[in-house]
Structures are given as C-alpha cells and as structure tokens.
Design a protein around this ligand. Structure first.
Ligand code: HEC
Length: 121
C-alpha cells in the first residue's frame, strides 16, 4: 500500500515536470503543435519559431510562414488550405488537408498571429 502511494506520487510529479518542460520550450501553442502533427513543416519553415523545413524535394517547397498573418486573412487561409480558393499564382495549395476543421482552425489561428516584425527582429 505504502509503495503504491509512493509510485503514484513519483508518476504525478514526473508528468507535471514533463509538461512544464514542453511549455518552456514554447511548444504549447495548439496550432503550432497541430502544424507539426500535419507535417506542414515538410515544405514550410517557420524560422521565427524555430521550425525548419524537413522535406527533400526542393521544387515542392513553400514559403516560410513567418509573417504570413500580415499577408493573408485567416478566413482566406482556411479556404486556401482546403483547396476551395486559388493562391496568387492562380493555383490551388499543393497539399490536400487531411485533418479536421477544428485542427485546421487551430493551425490558421496560430498562423494568423505570425506577424512580419517578429520574423525580422
Ligand atoms: C508538399 C509541400 C507542402 C506542404 C506539405 C504544405 N504546403 Fe503550404 N504551400 C506549399 C507551396 C509550394 C506554397 C506556395 C504556393 C504558391 O505560391 O501558390 C504553399 C503556400 C502556403 C500558404 C500561403 C503562404 C503565403 O505566404 O502566401 C499557406 C498559409 C500554407 N501553404 C499553409 C500550409 C499548411 C497549414 C500546411 C499543413 C497543413 C501546408 N501548407 C503544407 C507547399 C506545401
């Protein structure tokens, strides 16, 4: 009995230590987490937030999304990423979105908060 209390205490303490480490890392924004979850970073860096493109095929690369909140309304981003809207070059976004509307909204809310001044400190 006594041992199980001790084990539980250790577990709870360990979990809370792990979650505060994630917050300190700046990874707690749900939109940022979701962007990484959806592998957007295979084509897009977000240099201002420490995200570097991971893809290998250069011709598929998209722009760095730092400052994208200055370039586009969030409602435009939703329609564009869902491929209901073409981009400035008259083409649809290359990658069909596989997540839910809520997941997309979280990503776009985060992207909308990315302003150019923080991209170029
Ligand atoms: C296969 C590569 C690829 C993936 C994966 C990808 N994108 Fe893109 N994305 C592009 C390219 C290429 C462009 C630029 C197209 C153009 O210029 O019309 C772009 C453009 C954009 C833009 C407009 C940027 C601007 O400055 O105008 C946004 C916003 C965007 N992507 C968001 C996302 C999100 C969110 C995800 C993940 C759900 C994602 N992209 C995944 C290739 C990709």
């Amino acid at each position: 009995m006594k041992w199980s209390y001790l084990a539980l205490t250790c577990l709870v303490f360990g979990l809370s230590a792990a979650s505060s480490a994630a917050e300190a890392d700046g990874a707690e924004d749900p939109g940022k987490v979701e962007l990484l979850e959806q592998k957007c970073e295979s084509c897009h860096s977000v240099a201002s937030h420490g995200i570097s493109r991971t893809g290998k095929i250069e011709k598929l690369f998209g722009p760095d999304l730092a400052g994208v909140g200055d370039r586009h309304e969030t409602s435009w981003m939703v329609a564009y990423i869902k491929r209901e809207q073409v981009g400035e070059n008259g083409k649809k976004h290359t990658k069909p979105f596989k997540g839910s509307d809520e997941e997309l909204q979280a990503i776009v809310d985060w992207l909308g908060s990315l302003k150019a001044e923080e991209a170029d400190p």
